[in-house]
Design a protein around this ligand. Structure first.
Ligand code: RNT
Ligand code: ZN
Length: 420
């Protein structure tokens, strides 16, 4: 006897098969895609080192929903809850300030041992880990500059921190047998129009050369660089702009990180993937949702997310793309935020894997744009949901909104018992 979910799945499978789409094969492919889930949604980017520092760097979290994690154990418990509601095997993305240690350690003195408990946990859970130096929320970044700081001593401090971070990344990769992506993002920029746009960029370029001077085993660690258009308090000029890091990354074989919220409001990252894929060593995505600005809203299954999925699948770019999430919303349950954003990202990939690609490619080549449009539109109401439900069931996670009840129970039993 088959369950209603299996029956709907089998019907859906037949409909897709008429277009030559092998749904079972799509699910096998989907199963292999890892999403890097950002730990910082769990505690509003506070971290555990320097907790007295306010969040700076031109990013901001709004909302005061109760239950933010206050300790590494709480954060891991919350992540475990979220991961139990998300189909597939994934990675967790840590920022340096999430070190699990009782020591008072400066950012440039961090060592792998300060993350040993994360590694132990990741091993237990069968997770990969990614990493980021934290070049913000610190007294040495208070004036808005880090790797491009005009003061050589401060610059050196941040260079030291980024070097230490790469070693931690390599340790993750070596310990877990999965490459760690260590992503460098810095907030450096000016609130108002600079006189000299070039000098800070020269300093950043030289600082990065120092940061990356040591060769690390690419099976353990891959470096990424993340650009940005503007930040809060850095509206006029950002040192690490898109052109800067595209140039740097291409010249030095670094992964180029595209954050969905780091471009002009009508500019989308989906349209950049094909071009970049022809030249870049690899791509890191920060899947996010800008609402009017780089607001880092939880990602929804909107047109841009679907387009990102389509570009990755149509261009067969999954192998050279690392998909990370980057949003932080403190106005809703934080575990739910992870679940919603991650499930949506996986859904977008699945949707893309269920396209009649051969027919659409052929129609386009033949100039039959009528068929291209007609078929694309009709496919939108194909029973994708039945395939998604089956995938969730088979992966042992709640089907449809079934996960929400579990989050509500967790909220009552765990999150609401936490103090502020
Ligand atoms: C900031 C960047 C960066 C951060 C995280 C916390 O605009 O997007 O990736 O969000 O590193
Ligand atoms: Zn980002």
């Amino acid at each position: 006897m088959s369950s209603p979910i299996e029956r709907s799945y089998n019907e859906a499978k037949e409909l897709y098969a008429k277009h030559g789409i092998d749904v079972d094969q799509a699910l096998r492919k989907l199963e292999k895609v890892k999403i890097s889930i950002h730990c910082w949604q769990g505690d509003d980017v506070r971290g555990f080192l320097n907790r007295e520092q306010e969040l700076t760097g031109g990013i901001s979290v709004t909302g005061n929903y109760p239950g933010a994690a206050r300790t590494p154990d709480e954060l891991r418990a919350d992540l475990e809850k979220a991961l139990s509601l998300i189909p597939g095997k994934h990675k967790v993305n840590l920022h340096a300030i999430y070190a699990d240690t009782d020591e008072r350690v400066e950012l440039d003195a961090l060592e792998p041992r300060h993350y040993a408990k994360w590694v132990e946990w990741a091993k237990e859970q069968g997770l990969g880990l990614d990493f980021n130096p934290t070049c913000f929320s610190h007294e040495k970044s208070a004036d808005g500059f880090t790797l491009s700081h005009p003061d050589p001593a401060i610059r050196q401090f941040w260079i030291g921190h980024c070097k230490a971070s790469r070693k931690i990344g390599a340790y993750f990769g070596e310990q877990l047998g999965q490459t760690c992506v260590t992503n460098v993002w810095i907030p450096d920029g000016f609130k108002d129009t600079p006189f000299d746009r070039l000098a800070p960029r020269k300093r950043l370029k030289e600082a990065l050369d120092e940061v990356f001077a040591e060769e690390l085993n690419p099976a353990h660690n891959l470096d990424a660089v993340e650009s940005k258009l503007f930040g809060l308090g850095a509206e006029a000029y950002t040192v690490g702009s898109h052109e800067f890091y595209m140039g740097y990354g291409l010249q030095h074989n670094k992964l180029i990180c595209l954050d969905a919220g780091h471009f002009h409001p009508t500019e989308v990252i989906s349209n950049k993937l094909s071009a970049l894929s022809l030249f870049a060593e690899g791509i890191l995505l920060h899947v996010s949702r800008p609402v009017r600005w780089d607001s880092d809203h939880v990602v929804t299954l909107d047109d841009e997310l679907l387009d990102i999925g389509r570009e990755l699948v149509r261009g067969d770019l999954l192998a050279k793309t690392h998909i990370g999430l980057d949003f932080f919303d403190a106005s809703i349950n934080r575990v739910a935020a992870w679940v919603i954003g991650t499930r949506n990202t996986i859904k977008a990939l699945l949707r893309a894997m269920l396209e009649p690609s051969a027919a659409l490619r052929q129609a386009e080549l033949e100039g039959d744009y009528t068929t291209r449009l007609a078929l694309s539109e009709e496919m939108k109401t194909y029973p994708f949901g039945a395939v998604w439900d089956y995938y969730c069931e088979r992966q042992g996670v709640p089907v449809r909104e079934g996960w929400l009840g579990e989050v509500k129970v967790y909220e009552q039993e765990v999150l609401l018992k936490r103090g502020g």
